[in-house]
Design a protein around this ligand. Structure first.
Ligand code: NAP
Length: 320
């Protein structure tokens, strides 16, 4: 089978399409014929060598994929050969024609969800769900600012929050992105490059501020997020690409919480709960991943450049 292989960490061009041996499942394992693989910003951090998690070389990048179960090992009971599935992490890497997974990493993909959409579930939707409900404990009737709503995690967060009965304010940096955020169910959409846009968060909430902020670029926004937070508000730091200065008094005066998260830390128990909830939303259509670009597996270097550029529009996926 063909797979993207990385023999040394560095620029996107270290990713090369190579022929590798077909995968065989061990006990409790599943081999998935990959129809689409999701590209996430974290894949680029790991490939560059600048991320704390270092892969054992050579490796195949990617956590997210969707496809059809090709073979199963001894004692596998949750899926059968021929099932449509999405994967929430793999043992062997996702940018390939096949992926080896533990049985617990494989979840049913409803007929209404395409393989490309299936490759856009794990990192974006599990992150958004965990941030909103397991960390911020967002509740119906509350308000949320999805700060960076046009990309993978943001779109997922808007759909999840809207379906759960929150008032949703989403931001994007382009007109196309703002159109997408509105279509996905945000009640209000702001431009995170416009002067004074965060003051509108106060206006939109009657001066009270938002209950929850999901922050995609904390190094730019964290200090200002605190100033538009309601009493008892919670900020979940999902993305950050540097350091930031905050005034702790803004948090103290609001009894506010700043919660960091890394999806890599999620327990098996919490992950099972996340996917039980996502499965229902995918089945009933409240969750519908948006695919902005499809590229060939061989174009993985181009995909890594694209995912780090401004002007996000849903997800980029690779098609083997
Ligand atoms: P993405 O698809 O590339 O989207 C990035 C988002 O950030 C876009 O909506 C973009 O908007 C927005 N953005 C750009 N400038 C901004 C600004 N000044 N203020 C607010 N938002 C801004 O990436 P993603 O997959 O959604 O992930 C978002 C971030 O979370 C990334 O840094 C990623 O590494 C991180 N992440 C962390 C975890 C975790 O476990 N902690 C999990 C998943 C993702 P425009 O392009 O429209 O300007």
């Amino acid at each position: 089978m063909k797979a993207i292989r990385v023999h040394e960490l560095g620029d996107p061009e270290v990713m090369r399409l190579e022929e590798v041996p077909d995968l065989q499942p061990g006990a409790g394992q599943v081999v998935v014929r990959v129809k689409a693989a999701g590209v996430n910003p974290v894949d680029t951090y790991i490939r560059s060598g600048l991320y704390p998690r270092k892969p054992t070389l050579p490796y195949t990048p990617g956590n997210d994929a969707a496809g059809v179960v090709e073979s199963i090992g001894k004692d596998v009971t949750r899926v059968a050969v021929g099932d449509r599935v999405y994967v929430a992490g793999t043992i062997s890497g996702a940018y390939a024609e096949q992926a080896l997974c533990n049985e617990s990493q494989v979840h049913p993909l409803p007929q209404r969800v395409s393989f490309a959409q299936g490759a856009a579930i794990q990192v974006p939707y599990a992150t958004a769900y965990r941030a909103l409900f397991q960390l911020a404990r967002a509740a119906s009737g509350e308000s949320v600012l999805v700060h960076g709503a046009s990309g993978g995690v943001g779109v997922a967060a808007v759909q999840l929050a809207r379906a759960a009965g929150l008032t949703v304010i989403g931001t994007a940096g382009t007109e196309r992105g703002r159109g997408l955020v509105a279509e996905q169910g945000a009640h209000h959409v702001l431009d995170h490059h416009a002067a004074g846009y965060l003051e509108q968060v106060l206006t939109l909430t009657g001066g009270r501020g938002v209950d929850v902020v999901l922050e995609m670029l904390a190094n730019v926004n964290l200090g200002r997020d605190l100033k538009v937070l309601a009493q008892g508000g919670r900020i979940v730091v999902i993305g950050s690409r540097g350091t930031v200065e905050i005034d702790p008094r803004d948090a103290m005066s609001r009894d506010a919480a700043i919660l960091g998260m890394s999806l890599f830390n999620i327990s098996g128990h919490d992950s099972a709960r996340v996917h039980a909830a996502l499965g229902v939303g995918l089945e009933n259509g409240t969750l519908h991943p948006i695919i902005g670009q499809e590229m060939r597996l061989v174009d993985a270097p181009r995909a890594h450049r694209a995912v780090m550029e401004p002007g996000a529009y849903g997800k980029i996926v690779l098609i083997p």
